[in-house]
Design a binder for this molecule. Structure first.
Ligand code: SAM
Length: 288
């Protein structure tokens, strides 16, 4: 039986193993069973599912996942947590703990090995210091994933859902909305964690699209255009893109594309919707 969400048990496990929190790893452990049940419910896990958990901590959510899923792989960077996880997960034979930095794990190989290449579900109370690289990595590497149900800092969840005209709009918003349908599950107060973080959190579910909502023949090119546009927010689109180290497109082509699509020369990329970024990137590609 999953038991760890209870604060008293969590404190007892931490004490038993003399565990010391490491701030650099973003360790804020969940101690609220209602929130755990909401996450597991939203992730919609069945006995058919292969689940990847990023950062199991002392195994609180892992216990719930083991009970709901066919198989779980939990990737934890902190070696000090291995004996704790050995202890808290000893009753489950459908879990493997990998002691590694999630950014270094070959998730494609993992999903092939454990799930015959069929899409996995990712569930995590993410370490907040690397939320964006983890999400971008999962999307851009085209790992077979059905959904990502994650706890993130509330501001990051806000950024994932907004459109042009707000200061929160950026490359993360566009990547999330290109690859997935975001849905907020609940907000979570700092009191639901030990130690308490300084910020509010949000559980958000990103359900991957089979087919993205816009068409572009080279999506990595579009994301270079997007990153270049937001790297230099105060610059015009023409200057932002021609100054970009990763894009390498002659300024004449950029100016010609802006004119062809009927935008003023002063247009800024940050005003573009996802559809506009796709249409602009496609037109720019066709000049090359
Ligand atoms: N899942 C646990 C829970 O909900 O109580 C712990 C969540 S805590 C916010 C984040 C966890 O991710 C910690 O256990 C931390 O050590 C781990 N972590 C941090 N950076 C990581 C990385 N790069 N790769 C894998 N795990 C990481």
């Amino acid at each position: 039986m999953a038991y760890l969400g209870n604060p008293a048990y969590t404190m007892a496990v931490l004490e038993k193993h003399g565990f010391r929190f490491q701030k650099k790893y973003g360790q804020n452990f969940l101690i609220d069973t209602h929130i755990l049940e909401k996450i597991i419910g939203a992730a919609n896990i069945t006995k058919d599912d292969f689940v990847i958990e990023i950062g199991p901590g002392i195994g609180t959510m892992t216990q719930y996942l083991c009970e709901a899923a066919r198989e779980v792989v939990a990737v934890e960077i902190d070696t000090n947590l291995l004996p704790v996880l050995d202890d808290t997960l000893k009753d489950y034979d459908n879990v493997t703990v990998i002691n590694e930095d999630i950014l270094k794990v070959d998730i494609n190989a993992l999903v092939n090995e454990k799930n015959g290449g069929r899409p996995a579900k990712v569930v995590a109370n993410l370490p907040y210091y690397i939320t964006t690289p983890i999400i971008m990595g999962l999307f851009e590497s085209h790992v077979p994933i059905e959904s990502i149900t994650i706890m993130v800092q509330k501001e990051v969840a806000d950024r994932m859902q907004v459109g042009p005209g707000t200061k929160d709009y950026g490359a993360l918003s566009l990547a999330v909305q290109y690859y997935s349908k975001p849905e907020v599950i609940c907000t979570v107060s700092p009191a639901c964690f030990v130690p308490q973080p300084k910020v509010e959190s949000t559980v958000i579910k990103l359900t991957k699209y089979d087919k993205p909502p816009v068409e572009i023949s080279d999506e990595s090119f579009m994301f270079k255009v997007i990153r270049a546009s937001f790297n230099q927010r105060r610059k015009t689109l023409a200057n932002g893109l021609s100054n970009s180290g990763e894009l390498n497109v002659p300024k004449e082509n950029i100016i010609a594309t802006i004119e062809k699509l009927g935008y003023p020369a002063s247009v800024r990329g940050e005003t573009f919707t996802l559809e506009e970024f796709a249409a602009f990137s496609q037109a720019l590609l066709e000049t090359l």
